[in-house]
Ligand binder design. Structure first.
Ligand code: GAL
Length: 723
């Protein structure tokens, strides 16, 4: 489903302090006695969209029992939009789709209950649901009674198509709060305990400010996508709302995507950990019958689930987030803390906090249970980890006596820190390998080693062995490394470190990895431009190009916000005269959001800052459609946009832009130029299409905080190819 392209979700990442954790939530919880811990279960939306059926729901319930998810705590089997027939019956009753739910909902509920699970359903506060099925507006009591009579245990209630015209003078927030209250009261009046899930994340409606007295969970952010950038956005949009949540009512950053394939295993572990630390509902939206063993092991990590479900019900709070390196702490029953170190950046980094900063009481030392490796170690107070890009380290931390500390392995941290995470091909940088002993005892016979890939030159600049490293001390070795002189446009060299040492008992070892980016500089007469305000990387070799960048894309911001168009480009300065042709093949683009893209851009001056916009862009959008946007009115940004309807392309896609004065014709080819289809001929305001323009390949990730790499081939401007 595509949300309107103008909708750009703005996020502010605020830094909270640990004392927030001690504040009790203000409003009383919705008194229906359910969701005392965050709901856990499954929802069909992201694996099935509108093809949900009784058969699928019953099969999923069986799968959840068979694969252990039910035993791990996943209880709610939730049906999303599209379960209904297109209209109500003669008495105004909701009717299930007769083909996909031939017996209605009641037998499905009975079947799910027979397996020890619970059934959820979807409705909408407006006249129709988001997918156009009958909404509950004006039918709240009737629909609630139907749900209860069918045996429904959970209602997800959406906010599409609310008739605001019926409420002149009232804000969307006021209308929504009263409509959700209507359904909440109707559900309560049935006498059946039903979890009420508020889905109202539109800008200007802060449902977390009124959700606690109305429902059991409330969406905090726009729909999640199966990519890291979207997950990060939803995390950042939720993490500062912890004081709204407590037993009975929870912040909902949306359904879990683990298993859907758009993120890496490291990123999916982060999603699960962050949701658990925030006390978010754990609702899997994937085909649970097809999960890989790795995805299943994430969903069934009992220690992380225990954090999410901790009966105290206090969500974690951030105590640091500088530079995208997050530290969160969550108070748990019995005095333990869950400490989460999250590296939201694109390069591995060491993240450090202390037991004191995390809110633990003073003690001789602390045990650290690593919730993803299951290992236990002891620290005198420092808590750190070398965390991969987009990854987490998650510990359950408890104060310990000296007697316990004596039998635990020392907490040590091995890390690699290059002076610069990116070098040019053939360039040299210095890498620091560090080993820190954070335990209460010394480690002995420490030996460090370092590995670089074939083709790299490494010079060691110091000794690598040490007899004894006292508690709280660090041992560092420097290496001078030179990257190979040739390679792909943006290659990654995997640098690795290892340490071996004698702890109290036996021999221990640890390892660390760092992906050093190696770029082949873009050759003249081509140049690079970056209007994102954040670092971008460029590379070109043998006719292949790569651009790694963030950026919200080529569109103005949502509604009346300042223009935020931003992207990075490899371009030919002044090469596109009034009669000119530019062409490029997009070979890969993993961008997301509503405005992620890769394609061709023409602009009077490519390096002009965001807010002065391109004349015209022709690109592959993050939803795999071909689109063209241009500046028709001469204002500060692209103001007009079209999409080639019903065409979804795979890679590679070749794009061609032919300029004729102030009119531009776009073409695309899915067979590398053997045949072409026209996109459109558009007319650009003369003020932004004067003289010879800059032209080239551009990329924007579509989500400000997320850097993605798009690759291209054969950038050709008027017959001159970038080599
Ligand atoms: C959206 C909602 C999604 C899904 C969809 C169904 O508004 O956020 O989670 O329920 O509607 O049409």
């Amino acid at each position: 489903m595509r949300i309107p392209w103008r909708r750009v979700w703005f996020l502010a990442a605020l830094v909270c302090t640990a004392w927030l954790a001690t504040l009790a939530p203000t409003a009383a919880a919705e008194p229906n006695g359910v969701a005392l811990t965050p709901p856990m279960g499954w929802n069909d939306w992201y694996s099935e969209y509108c093809s949900v059926s009784a058969q699928l729901v019953e099969q999923t319930a069986r799968d959840m029992v068979a694969d252990g998810m039910a035993a791990a705590g996943y209880r709610y089997v939730n049906i999303d939009d599209c379960w209904m027939a297109r209209s109500r019956d003669g008495n105004g009753n909701l009717v299930a789709d007769p083909t996909r739910f031939p017996g209605g909902i009641a037998p499905v509920a009975a079947y799910v209950h027979s397996l020890g699970l619970k059934l959820g359903i979807y409705e909408d506060a407006g006249t129709t649901t988001c997918a156009g099925y009958p909404g509950s507006y004006g039918h709240e009591a009737q629909d609630a009674a139907a749900f209860a009579s069918w045996g429904v245990d959970y209602v997800k209630y959406d906010r599409c198509n609310i008739p605001y015209g019926d409420y002149p003078g009232e804000s969307a927030q006021e209308v929504d709060a009263s409509l959700y209250t209507r359904m909440s009261n109707a559900l309560r009046a049935t006498g059946r305990p039903i979890v009420f899930s508020i889905v109202d994340p539109d800008p200007g409606v802060d449902s977390w400010t009124w959700g606690r007295t109305v429902g059991n969970l409330w969406r905090t952010t726009s729909d999640i996508e199966d990519n890291y950038g979207s997950m990060l956005s939803n995390f950042e949009g939720t993490v500062d709302l912890s004081s709204s949540a407590a037993p009975g009512g929870w912040n909902d950053p949306d359904l879990l995507q683990i298993g859907n394939g758009g993120s890496t295993p490291i990123e999916y572990r982060s999603e699960f950990s962050l949701w658990a630390e925030m006390a978010a509902p754990l609702i899997a939206s994937t085909d649970v019958g097809e999960l890989t063993p790795d995805a299943l092991s994430i969903y069934e990590n009992a220690d992380v689930i225990a954090v999410d479900q901790d009966p105290l019900g206090r969500p974690g709070v951030p105590i640091a987030s500088a530079g995208g390196l997050w530290v969160m702490t969550r108070q748990l029953t019995g005095g333990d803390r869950s400490v989460l170190l999250f590296n939201s950046t694109n390069t591995a980094a060491t993240i450090t906090t202390s037991a004191g900063a995390a809110g633990l009481r003073r003690a001789p030392g602390y045990s650290l249970l690593n919730l993803w490796t299951n290992s236990v170690s002891e620290t005198g107070g420092q808590i750190s980890a070398f965390v991969p890009a987009h990854g987490v380290a998650m510990f359950r931390v408890a104060p310990e006596s000296r007697r316990v500390l004596r039998v635990l392995a020392p907490h040590t941290v091995l890390s690699l820190e290059p002076a610069d995470p990116q070098v040019d091909a053939g360039g040299t940088t210095t890498v620091r390998e560090s080993f820190v002993n954070q335990a209460t005892v010394a480690v002995e016979r420490l030996s460090l080693s370092f590995f670089a890939p074939r083709g790299w030159r490494v010079t060691r600049l110091g000794r690598t062995h040490l007899k004894r490293l006292a508690p709280g001390h660090r041992f560092t070795v420097l290496y001078r490394v030179t990257a190979p002189a040739t390679g792909p446009p943006l290659g990654v060299g995997a640098l690795a470190a290892a340490a071996a040492y004698d702890p109290v008992v036996g021999l221990s070892s640890s390892s660390a990895n760092f992906g050093e980016t190696v770029s082949v500089p873009v050759p003249a007469p081509f140049a690079t431009a970056d209007t994102t305000g954040q670092p971008a990387s460029f590379g070109a070799s043998n006719g292949s190009l790569a651009i790694s960048a963030r950026g919200s894309g080529v569109f103005p911001a949502y509604e009346d916000e300042a223009p935020s168009d931003s992207y990075a480009a490899i371009y030919a300065p002044r090469a596109a005269g009034p009669s000119s042709t530019a062409q490029v093949t997009v070979t890969w683009d993993p961008s997301g959001g509503t405005s992620g893209a890769a394609g061709l851009i023409e602009r009077n001056q490519m390096t002009a800052p965001a807010g002065s916009g391109p004349a015209v862009v022709l690109y592959v959008a993050s939803n795999a459609t071909i689109e063209m946007a241009w500046n028709a009115a001469g204002g500060p940004f692209t103001d007009t946009w079209i999409q080639v309807p019903k065409v979804y392309v795979g890679y590679p896609v070749t794009l061609r832009l032919v300029r004729n004065g102030s009119s531009y014709t776009g073409y695309y080819s899915t067979n590398r130029g053997a045949s072409w289809a026209a996109v459109a001929t558009v007319t650009v305001a003369p003020s932004v299409s004067s003289g010879a323009q800059d032209v080239g390949a551009f990329h924007a990730s579509g989500i400000q905080a997320w850097e993605t790499t798009a690759t291209f081939e054969d950038l050709i401007v008027n017959g001159v190819e970038l080599r």
